[in-house]
Design a protein around this ligand. Structure first.
Ligand code: GDP
Length: 296
């Protein structure tokens, strides 16, 4: 189910309550069941949906609401609040500061859009007046360095990498050192991916993180991975200190639930979404406008 469809179904479930004269337990349950079905079909994890349902029931205590209360409004607000809560882990992600070197490390599975997103992230900050630089510590995928180089050149962003060195830790350290000396304030390290979650990938990530001491680790996730989102995000979080999430390919037929699950699994906020292959197809992610848009 695409995101707009999910929003449409939630809104429909809320509107259905307009047609009933008395909003009682039965009407509320019907509404919540429909929302539950819509969320599950959008790949939000079962545990998360269950928790949301319980919370809404706690907030909307129909017996205690005196006559005259606008029950439908209270229910709507509770649903809006819970959706926002699902997407907001309560603490903002680390934000790089100008003129002070920050290291940001990108992690994710191969094909998630990591390399593309690194450049988008660098380009976004460059336009805001930062001095970004890109380090390609992906020695696993042939062509990764060329791809980064090409993107970086197009955006006029300095880059570092090697065609011959096979140790990602060495490249990462050298790149970070070089750009610190060159007074770059946002040093972005692209790491290797794998087709699936493998011990060797996590070990490599751990080593790169230990050597470069990133201020922020960003987990890049393809929005179309479905119910696997929660487990995948959690596996990355258990290996490195993920502090933010970027969801890619939101322009496709993505199910929206992955974003909600990734936030829950990493306890980190979504900071941007990728909406296309181009450098500027990248949007800041804000919870309330997102949920507002979701609910139409
Ligand atoms: P990596 O292996 O994780 O580094 O993935 P890449 O950056 O090479 O991206 C894999 C593919 O996804 C490429 O063809 C990208 O152009 C494409 N891609 C990345 N982000 C987006 C996005 O937001 N929307 C779309 N439609 N394609 C994307």
């Amino acid at each position: 189910m695409v995101l707009a469809e999910l929003g449409g179904r939630i809104t429909h479930a809320i509107h259905q309550m307009r047609n009933v004269t008395i909003i009682d337990e039965k009407a509320l349950n019907e509404c919540l069941n429909e929302i539950t079905r819509a969320l599950l079909q959008s790949d939000v994890s079962f545990a998360l949906v269950k928790e949301m349902q319980t919370n809404i029931k706690k907030i909307v205590n129909l017996q205690d609401l005196a006559a005259g209360h606008n029950k439908r409004r209270i229910i709507e607000q509770a649903i809006f609040g819970e959706l926002c809560k699902m997407l907001d882990p309560g603490k903002p992600a680390f934000a790089p500061k100008k003129a002070k070197p920050s290291v940001v490390m990108f992690v994710g599975l191969q094909g998630a859009g990591k390399t593309t997103t690194c450049t988008k992230y660098a380009y976004y900050h460059q336009k805001k007046g930062y001095k970004p630089a890109l380090v390609c510590a992906d020695t696993f995928r042939a062509g990764a360095f060329d791809q980064l180089k090409q993107n970086a050149t197009k955006a006029k962003i300095p880059f570092y990498g090697s065609y011959t060195e096979s140790d990602p830790v060495k490249i990462a350290v050298e790149g970070v050192d070089r750009f610190k000396k060159e007074n770059c304030d946002l040093i972005i390290v692209d790491t290797s991916g794998r087709h699936k979650q493998e011990a060797s990938l996590f070990e490599e990530m751990r080593q790169v993180a230990e050597a470069t001491k990133p201020d922020l680790v960003i987990f890049v996730m393809d929005s179309s991975i479905g119910q696997a989102a929660f487990d995948q995000a959690q596996a990355f979080k258990q290996s490195v200190a993920v502090g933010a999430v970027i969801i890619t390919k939101m322009d496709g037929h993505a199910k929206g639930g992955g974003a909600l699950s990734a936030v829950a699994a990493t306890k980190s906020p979504v900071i941007f979404i990728g909406t296309g292959e181009h450098m500027d197809q990248f949007e800041v992610f804000d919870v309330k406008p997102f949920v507002n848009r979701l609910l139409g």
